[in-house]
Design a protein. Sequence first.
Length: 148
Amino acid sequence: MRGDPESQLGSKVAEIERELGSDNPRFADSLMELAGMYASSGKTMYAEPLFWRALAIRRKLLGETHAKVAETLISLGALYETYEQFPEAERFYQWVLRIREEMFGRNHMDVAIALESMARVLKEQHRDDEASKLEAEAEEIWANCATS
């Protein structure tokens, strides 16, 4: 395979889709990898539809509250942060928080990370009091994780 890394990975994703079909968790993982590559190189217009496609596949195959769904939502939240569309990013992070709380309970480091993401977008929306509360919750969780 020749060309830039995105082209090479894009070819690999197409090959996986041909081999396994589009309703396959491995195909969704490949979409996520390619989308991540595009996003990290600033090519968000290519990344976004891939994230959305991966989300649809993962929700269909794995269910609404699966860790891979949360992973995809985090990526979409981060992408919308780069667009400075903070209310949309907040909705993704709220969904992630619900999934992680259901999976792990409230006192887990993955919940703390979700709270920190929420706090970040709340600050961008000048909702500092709400953000401070979430940051304090996250700090408490981190402290509990360190002593466990």
